[in-house]
Each structure stands twice: as C-alpha cells, then as structure tokens.
Design a protein around this ligand. Sequence first.
Ligand code: G16
Length: 543
Amino acid sequence: MSVKTVATTPFDGQKPGTSGLRKKVSVFRQPNYLENFVQSIFDSLEGFAGKTLVVGGDGRFYNRTAVQTILKMAAANGFGRAKVGQGGILSTPAVSCVIREHQAFGGIVLSASHNPGGPDEDFGIKYNVSAGGPAPEKVTNAIHARTQEISAYRILDAGDVDLDVPGEQTLGDMVVEVIDPVADYAALMEKLFDFDAIRAMFQGGFRMRFDAMHAVTGPYAREILENRLGAPAGTVMNGEPLEDFGGGHPDPNLVHAKELVEIMYGPDAPDLGAASDGDGDRNMILGPHTYVTPSDSLAILTANAHLAPGYAKGVAGVARSMPTSRAADRVAEKMGIAAYETPTGWKFFGNLLDAGKVTLCGEESFGTGSDHVREKDGLWAVLMWLNVLAARKEGVADILRAHWAEYGRTFYSRHDYEGLEGAAAEDLMNALRGKLSGLSGTTLGGRTVALADDFAYTDPVDGSVAEKQGIRIGFEDGARIVYRLSGTGTAGATLRVYIERYEPDPAKHEGDTQEALADLIGLSKEIADIPGKVGRDAPTVIT
Ligand code: G16
C-alpha cells in the first residue's frame, strides 16, 4: 500500500456555512471535490500525527463512499487511528461523544442534517475539534482559505475497509476501529438521566412515539427507549435508517414530521411524541394535542434540569441563538443565572460550554443540548423531557401551561421564504440594513421601536467578533422581528423571519400562535417589503 499524491485544482464555493459544507450530492461526486475539502481540513490542522480521528455520518446516500475516501486520506496524512461507526454510521451528537470519551484529536461528520438525501439531494461534511464541537470560525475560515489554493492531496492506494465488521483492521500504518455507533452514547445517557424512574413510568403505562424519520436515530432510539427503558416495541417509528430517508425530508417540525403530528393530534394520542432529524441533533417535542416550541422547550428544560441526576447541581447559565425566543432569558433571570445570546450556529456555544459559563443551550431550529457533548442532541432532549415528566408526574401540556403561568408566554413563530433568487434576497437584507439607523424611536404598526440593529457578537471567552448575524427589530412591549438568510441551504436563498410577542397575562395564553402574531406577521412583510423585493406574499414553511 503506497501513498499517492494527486495533483488537483481548487473548486469555487467550498466555504463552510452555518454548519459545514453542504452541497448537492452531484457536486460532491465531481472528481477531487471531496478530496480537496478533506485535504484542506488536514492542512489546516497541526499535531495530529499518530492521533485518533473519529469518522461517521448519518447514513445518507454517498456516506459509505465518502467514509472510505476519508479513511484512506487520514491514513495517508498520518493519523494513527480512526474510529468509525459500524456501517459508517454515527449520529452527530455521538461523534461528539466519541471524540470526548476517547480523547480523539477530532472528527469528521458526514451529514446534510435535515436536508433530504439521495443521488439528487444533499450531502455535507464538517470537522469537529477535540472538545467535540464543530470547528470555530477561525478554523473553518482557514479550511476555506486552503481550499482556494490547494494543488495536491494525499491518499492511500488501498482497497476498501470492511465497515460492517466491528473490530480493528489496518489501513497502511493507521488502525481502523469499527465501533458500535450506539454504545458510548447510550452509556453517557445512562449517567445523565434517571433511567429507573423513566422505566417505572413506562411500566406504569406511559405511552410515547418517537419518529426517527428513517434517519440516524433509529438504532439509538431503539436501544435506549425500547431495550434499556422498556418502552414497548413499536414506540420507535420509521426506525430503519435509509439512504434517502424513505423519500422524506428528515426535519422534525410540524410540516415534515406529519405522520407523528397526526398521531399526536389524533383521538388516542400517546403521552409524548418526539422526532429527530437526519443526523440526530434536532428534536421536536409534542404532548397530546400540544406542540412545544423549541424556544419554550429550552426555557422549560432550564427551569427543570435539576430534576435529572446529571444536572442535580444546577445550571450554570443558559445560551440561546439570537433568533430563538427570549423565554429562556426569563427563566435565567428568575434563577439568577447568566443568559447569553449568540449568533445562529451551534459552534458559537462551544467556548461558553468549555469555559463552564453555560450548562444548557438551545435554538429555535429544533436544537437543544448541554455540556455533556458539544453538539445539539435530539435524543438527549427527549430523555430530558422523559426525566422531567417522570419526576413531576404531570403531562406535557400541564407543564407547558404551568410554565407560561409562572413566566409569561412568548408567542413565537418562524416564517421561511424558501427558494428565493440569491441576489434578490441579498438586496432585501441590504435595503433593510440601510433603514436601520432611522428606525429607533419610530412607531411601526402601533408599536415603538426600541432596538434596530444588525446583530454582532463578541465571544466573551476569546474576544472573537462575528458581524452581520441577522437584523433585529425590537419593540418597547417586548415584541420582536428578526430577519436573516439561512446558511444551510444548497439551492437559492432562504429568508427566515422570526416573530415573537410576550404575553404576561395568563388569561391570554391560549389561542393560535399565527393569530396571536397576526399584526406582527403583517408588519414583518411590510418593513422588509417582502412582496416587492422577492415577489412572495406568503412563506413556504411556517414553524
Ligand atoms: C445548523 C446549525 C444550527 C442552525 C441551523 C439552521 O443546524 O448548527 O445552529 O440553527 O443549522 O441554520 P440556518 O438558519 O442558517 O439554516 P443543523 O441541524 O442543520 O446542523
């Protein structure tokens, strides 16, 4: 087996977005495309000779091919060991867990998250650092810079590794260890949560459905919920990971997890409904006829975390991405703990978690997690909810209503305008930016503007600055409209508009969110002139 050095030329557009490089499979299949990016990762790192690299993905189409290429390149570049999930499978939080548990140098995650999979759909790759989290911007910027000047990559001239047989094999001078994708992760969950109490709850007749959406969490959920916690077989639905997710869109929201939503709003709804996404880091929580927004879920878990053994010492602080509702801030204030507002992207939580400033983090985009790993974690959130339900002996809706009664309710919704022409979307954002300085103190739709800015974040740990992270228009009554362009799409542009309103009066907590926000929704279209700038009267997806 010899190391080949292959001459190559740069590709345009290998710039990691909100979470790694995501492109159509056809783009990744171009000769040298994946290789260039992987070599650029390795070229941007120092000191990994002889060290361990964790490799795995969500099992989508092209996963196995990419794993083989990465292993051969890792061997040729001098890694000493690669830990790869059996079948090339590892959920994103499991990669983070394995990196941390085994003090690996880093890891490569193959996923386009909640985007569809298949030959004509999406693929993605990102690098995670030794703390287990997505590489910070200084690393992703270095990787991107390297992609623009790359002239050669190194790869071992060798046959494929057998990814289906657990145990060790050699690939040149590197050991490849095919590991059980679930074992380390499940062991960590057992340490954090009161499995006995949850098991007793299932024995007492508690019913749940977990929709794995034919994505990576199927094996994890079956092992943890059905095998270890004793939930009846069939609790996990769509549990077989498929390369194309069964043709579905593995995004756990009210639109794409339709089958689960119908069950939870049906006549014989179970006590808890939950879903996760393509790579297992997102979650959606439902009770019978009840939807818990991700923003409320973060607030509720912050207020109740002490009920889980792994968090009995309390929560040091909580962080949320800027567009996430401020429900968690109200909990933090009452608990006397710090609340942080970061840009969108889980990577921005890494420093706060490493420094012990926060214990829990969350995002409106169905992401919740804690300092147990450095990724958001879908099944973790489900287990946290199960633990809270078991400890409080109340239903999801009761807990949600009690939370609103204590802290007030934040009505919250995200409106996505997908498939926009890139230049038109940029133009809309630039026009909005141009208006900002004149907005403060003016009255819009009967509300006085208290804040109008383009969010900039200075990391309190390393002082790094991220600018232009989304336009915030805040009103004196606590209502807020936020605009930003998605950084995870692979075609055209998506405008995300986040709308919220705070309602302290418990007598006004019931009711439909879209109706409760109707005037602000109208205002959001008007302020940005959405119909005029991008020719749309209505969003394509509402969550
Ligand atoms: C990624 C990021 C999240 C972000 C989400 C949506 O999640 O890790 O921080 O909230 O994308 O980003 P955007 O609004 O830019 O599309 P995932 O689950 O896609 O890896």
